[in-house]
Structures are given as C-alpha cells and as structure tokens.
Write a protein that binds this ligand. Structure first.
Ligand code: GLA
Length: 386
C-alpha cells in the first residue's frame, strides 16, 4: 500500500518543482455523542479517526500563497495581504481561509513569507466526518509552525472555526476542529464548549471487543445553507425567551418551565440540547466507571432525540440506525450536523459483517442507494509527520 505522505510529497514536487519544507496532517472526526451542543456552549465527546488529510508545504521567497490538491484541478493563488473572506469561494476557501483567519489571530500577513501548499486526504468528503476541519487543522498547524506564531491548539481550533464561519459561510461550532487538533489514540475529547477546557477520556473499544462502524448514507448535506442555520436560530430564540445567555445554562429541571414558555417546536429544539448535554455527561461517567459496553442506551436516546425533537435525521439515517440496533449493535446514532451524512454503530467485533449485510439488505429493500461502511479507530490529532 502506498503511503499518502509519499504521494503528497511527490504531488507537491511535481506541481511546484521542489521538495516541500515539511508534511503535516490532521484527522477527520466522529462525534460519539453531543450533537448541536457546541454552539450552545455545551458539551461534546468526539474523537479523531484514522482517516487523515495530509498537507505538504514549502516556503516561497515572495508574499504569495498558492494551494492545490489531488481533489481539485485548479491551483489557487493570491497575495497574502489580499486575503479577504469575500474573495475566496471554491474549495480553496478552507486552506486560504485559515491563512486569513491566522491574520485575525495575530499573524502579520504583510511580514510572513509566502507558501505553496499541496493537499491529499483519506477523509471521505460529505460523510459528516469533518473533512473540512481536517483540512483547516492540518493547514493551521503547518502555517503556525512555519510562520513561527506559537499559537496553542485551542486557539488554532478557533482559527479553523473562524475560517469556516466567515470564509466558507457555515455557522458551525468549535467541535470538529477541537477533535482534529486535540485527539489521541484510543481516547475521546470531552470538551466544554463554554470554557474550551478539554479532557481525554479512554474509550477502550478494542479491549471490550467492540468496533465503531461508520455507515455513510451518501445523502449529501451542506451546513452553509438551510437546516443547520435554522436549528441554530431556534436555539438562540429558545435561550432568549428563557432568559439565559445560552442553552448550556438550562438543565433538565428547567424543561417544565420551557414547555410553558416556548412554542412546541422551539421547546423540542431546546429539549434536545438540554437532554443531549446531560447524555454527554452521563456517557463520560459511564465510560469512566463501567466502560463502553454500557453506553448503548445513551447513543440510542441521542438518535431518538435528534430524530423526534431536533428533526435533523433523514430516512436513510433512521434506517441505518434501526437496522444496526436490530442486528446486535450495542447502540447507534446519526453523527454530525445531520440532514444526511453518516450514522455510527458500536458493534461487537464478531458481529460487524452481520450488521453490514443487514444494512445493505435493508437499504436495497427501501430502494435507497447502497451506503458505504467501514470501521474507524480513535487516533491522534494533528501533527507534523516529516
Ligand atoms: C457540524 C458542525 C459542528 C457541530 C455539529 C453538530 O459538524 O461543524 O460544529 O455543530 O455539526 O453537533
């Protein structure tokens, strides 16, 4: 098997005519639990996966930044001082947006050297596994190093989020970049999205004889349009009507008052966020005290809440989750922003192929496109590789 780091180094050299200065990479992520809680200042529990975006970078002796990748034909080129959110619109908005966002976090774009960047990735695009945060995080650590900025990882996560929010135009939270930057082998990142404090929580899937199966439905989604922003607006409305700065400040004890204060739809949006925050705390406690075999009910309850209260699931995700649950999974839920993308199932190792066959069969029966299924392991966060 070829090493993607060799491919990316060769791709860089073919295109730019010299070897790169270095190679950096960042992983995609799976969110184990804690969905649509990040922008409500709540809790999330994602982990970095063993699918990575790899960046080769070389310094230039002028002030131009150029980016290219194996997945796009075009080379994008711009002067560093010309970077501005409204000037970036294709996929290069992700890497170039990070360079701009570093400028907003103290990098002097009139003084740092220009760079050439070449990118390859094994993170599937559009599967809800944060391929975009993987690009942002790999580029962020690479530029932080070669521009000698010395920014810490939580700040680099904010840089990626700023690029996503202002340049790409998706009003997303801090979870994906935090997972990509803070992940560790066999651990989840338990992040408090208000304080940005994080703890690593051992997952222990392998010791418990479990595998984490991804079921990518192939239903595409975009968080720059539509439902994601609407859900975020509902949460803000719910918080305002309840008289709190964010939904993080509400607990399950506040739900009876929420029911009498809010319209039915806003109440259900709020109930999802409030109960989901509690499920994250419960999952962390159960992982630490009993282990992963006991978290299945929490995963299942999270899915039901997203399906019924937050209304961000789609029929393909529901079918994947129900079929996994009915064929021996410990627990299953959709993961990520919703409206498409992937579900996860926590599955006994011996039962993985049985569940895959059952899901393939169920999708065929419903006339849905065949999903793509693969297992992932919890892996290390962004790092320099060469
Ligand atoms: C997307 C966003 C994240 C988060 C999730 C939902 O992945 O990028 O910030 O809001 O949706 O939990």
């Amino acid at each position: 098997m070829t090493d993607i780091r060799d491919d990316v180094a060769a791709g860089f050299e073919d295109l730019f005519g010299r070897p790169p200065t270095g190679i950096w990479s960042a992983p995609g992520r799976v969110n184990l639990i804690g969905e649509h809680t990040d922008y409500n200042e709540g809790f999330v529990l994602p982990f970095a996966i063993n699918r990575r975006t790899v960046v080769a970078l070389g310094l230039r002796d002028d002030a131009t930044i150029r980016v290219a990748s194996a997945f796009a034909d075009q080379l994008s080129s711009i002067e560093l001082t010309d970077l501005a959110p409204d000037r970036l619109d294709d996929w290069s908005a992700y890497p170039l947006g990070v360079a701009w966002a570093l400028g907003q976090h103290g990098a002097d774009l009139a003084a740092v050297p220009g760079v050439d960047i070449y990118i390859e990735s094994t993170v599937p695009v559009g599967a809800g596994l944060s391929s975009s945060a993987a690009i942002e995080s790999a580029v962020a650590i690479a530029l932080d190093e070669v521009w000698q900025l010395g920014l810490d990882r939580p700040t680099l996560a904010k840089v990626g989020q700023l690029a996503e929010n202002k340049v790409v135009g998706a009003p997303t939270g801090i979870m994906d970049q935090s997972a990509a930057l803070l992940g560790r082998d066999d651990h989840a990142v338990f992040l408090d999205c208000r304080s940005l404090e994080s703890q690593l929580v051992p997952l222990g899937f392998a010791e418990a004889g479990l595998e984490l199966l991804i079921i990518d439905t192939g239903v595409s989604h975009s968080h720059a349009t539509g439902g994601y922003a609407e859900r975020r607006a509902s949460c803000e409305k719910g918080a305002a009507l309840m008289g709190v700065a964010s939904l993080r400040e509400l607990s399950v004890d506040d739900l009876p008052r929420a029911r009498t204060t809010l319209d039915d739809e806003t109440f259900r949006r709020v109930r999802h966020v409030v109960t989901e925050n509690q499920r994250v705390l419960d999952t962390v406690a159960v992982l630490r005290s009993v282990g992963p075999l006991a978290i299945g009910d929490l995963l299942d309850a999270s899915h039901a809440s997203m399906r019924d209260d937050f209304e961000i699931s789609v029929p393909e995700l529901d079918l994947a989750v129900e079929t996994a649950q009915g064929n021996g999974a410990i627990g299953a839920r959709m993961t990520g922003g919703g409206f498409g993308g992937a579900a996860i199932a926590l599955v006994p190792s011996a039962g993985v192929s049985r569940i895959q066959v059952a899901i393939d069969g169920a999708f065929a029966e419903h006339g849905f496109e065949q999903p793509t299924m693969f297992t992932v392991t919890a892996s290390s966060g962004a790092a320099r590789n060469r």
